[in-house]
Design a protein around this ligand. Structure first.
Ligand SMILES: Nc1nc2c(ncn2[C@@H]2O[C@H](COP(=O)(O)OP(=O)(O)O)[C@@H](O)[C@H]2O)c(=O)[nH]1
Ligand SMILES: [Mg+2]
Length: 292
């Protein structure tokens, strides 16, 4: 693997003799490469130009620090996880396309919830893929967490309904529902997700209900397109970024905040249960800028 994007950004700032017009143009191009998208990259570079002028910054390293501060300001702090905020039932619905890491993330959330003294229940809402229920059951038995499942091809809303029933009768206080990332058609998937959403809204009144989109960090700008699609179908509370260990550039996180108002709740950097941590805007901005 070559040098990371953050290292390139760092070098770019290092070699600047002056913060000329050309510098800000090149910075824009570089941010586009870092998954900012053209409009976001231009805005960030222009904002930085303004800050440098106002604060009389002339050195590359100072400018990089200013960029990091500016980018941190774009990000939305995730708040505390739903299981730690209050007592009572919490319901997490995980959405996202195939292969992004939903099922693995469901298991990680159960693991972390239990560390915080919650009693998780996993709901096997991906009834579309034959192996999906089995995959979640394997996690459930490793973790000692109950998995509510129906058979392959069943109605996922009914699975979630049963998980809610089980929780409300004392079987748990943190439901983590996995869902399918693919159906026969996109509209079928959207209808299915809306139905699950209606079931939770109706049956879990008073519960803390969170909808998180799982995104593979290595898919770059495509992640933003996915977020738009899902957010239109079922308004999201935030995203969980997976595979941050696999060479992601990290710029899309700023677009998720600036363009869709979505915070990142957690980042995952490996397949193990412990490879998930709460997202920290400051450290993301510093790492992105090559300062951490
Ligand atoms: N390297 C890495 N792999 C991950 C991470 N999260 C999930 N995976 C892997 O990605 C693949 C797809 O995950 P899965 O949970 O089945 O995705 P789903 O289709 O969205 O449910 C599996 O091989 C996981 O082990 C992560 O944070 N880092
Ligand atoms: Mg899955």
């Amino acid at each position: 693997m070559g040098i990371t994007f953050s290292e390139r950004l760092k070098q770019f700032f290092r070699i600047q003799p002056s913060l000329s017009d050309e510098f800000f143009e090149e910075l824009t191009d570089l941010l586009v490469e870092g998954d900012f998208g053209p409009a976001g990259a231009y805005q960030a570079a222009e904002k930085l130009r303004g800050v440098c002028k106002k604060e009389k910054i002339t050195q590359g390293d100072e400018a990089r620090l200013a960029l990091s501060r500016l980018l941190e300001g774009v990000l939305i702090p995730p708040g505390s996880p739903p299981w730690s905020a209050a007592q009572g039932l919490a319901v997490i619905l995980l959405l996202g396309v195939n292969g992004v890491g939903k099922t693995t993330t469901a298991a990680k959330l159960a693991y972390h919830g239990r560390l915080d003294n919650r009693k998780p229940l996993l709901a096997a809402g991906d009834t579309f893929r034959a192996a999906a229920v089995e995959q979640l059951k394997i996690h459930g038995s490793r973790l000692g967490v109950r998995v509510v499942a129906h058979k392959h091809g069943g109605d996922p809303a009914a699975v979630v309904y049963d998980a809610l029933d089980a929780a409300l009768s004392g079987g748990g206080d943190l439901i983590i529902a996995d869902t399918a990332g693919r159906m026969h058609t996109r509209s079928a998937l959207v209808e299915e997700l809306k139905k699950i959403d209606r079931v939770v809204e109706a049956k879990a009144q008073g519960a803390r209900y969170i909808k998180w989109l799982v995104l593979d960090a290595t898919t770059g700008r495509n992640a933003l397109a996915q977020a738009r699609t899902f957010n239109d179908a079922v308004p999201l509370d935030g995203v969980i970024l997976t595979k941050c260990d696999s060479g992601a550039k990290g710029g899309v996180v700023f677009s998720l905040a600036a363009e869709l108002g979505l915070p990142v709740a957690f980042t995952c950097d490996g397949e193990g249960y412990e490879h998930m941590k709460p997202f920290d805007p400051r450290s993301h901005a510093l790492t992105f800028s090559g300062l951490a």
